[in-house]
Write a protein that binds this ligand. Structure first.
Ligand code: GNR
Ligand code: NI
Length: 173
């Protein structure tokens, strides 16, 4: 297993639409295992392959709390097949926008289909934090970030803060 470098906004790769996966093979499983290790180390509750520079429709998620056993999910070619009319609002963050947070409203539950780590088709209903996380990760597959769901004013504030953070880091190095 290996830790992979995470790409930060405004890297143009984060705007790319990721391509469907043809076959779930050992190479893809290695990528998913490395992504999971990278996500746990960050730490985060989800990671899309494009965040480590790989434009494939692959997501890893684990929304278990620290006092619970690990519960990793591997989603290949996920699709939303149903969503609630009712929205839920969560304060979202993103490993590609480190240290930045904003409230985002999304459907409170979604039903998804995907291929699991063995390549077997699955169907699952997600609610609560898992529903938010699944939708946040699926946005990454379309080149969409959580800041694309908030006002331009808030988005520009966050992007400016990120650039300032980065300038100050490079002075300190
Ligand atoms: O670690 C993460 N936390 C989080 C919190 C609220 C809503 C979504 C997320 S996903 C994020 C990790 C990440 O950037 N995944 O793409
Ligand atoms: Ni993210």
């Amino acid at each position: 297993m290996a830790l992979l470098p995470i790409i930060h906004a405004p890297d143009p790769r984060l705007k790319v639409k990721s391509a469907r996966v043809d076959t779930v093979d050992d190479g893809l499983r290695r990528l998913m295992d490395d992504m999971l290790e990278t996500m746990y180390a960050a730490p985060g509750i989800g990671l899309a392959a494009i965040q480590v520079g790989v434009p494939k429709r692959v997501i890893v998620i684990d929304v278990a709390r620290e006092d619970e056993p690990r519960a990793p999910l591997f989603l290949v070619n996920p699709e939303i097949v149903a969503a609630s009319d009712e929205d839920a609002t969560y304060e979202e963050g993103c490993l590609s926008l480190p240290g930045q947070f904003a409230d985002v409203a999304r459907p409170a539950w979604v039903e998804i289909t995907y291929l699991d780590r063995a390549g077997a088709p699955r169907r699952q209903r997600a609610e609560g934090l898992l529903a938010t996380c699944v939708q946040h990760e699926m946005d990454h597959l379309e080149g969409i970030l959580f800041v694309d769901h908030i006002s331009a004013l808030k988005r520009n504030m966050i992007l400016r803060r990120l650039l300032k953070q980065r300038r100050q880091q490079s002075v300190g190095d």
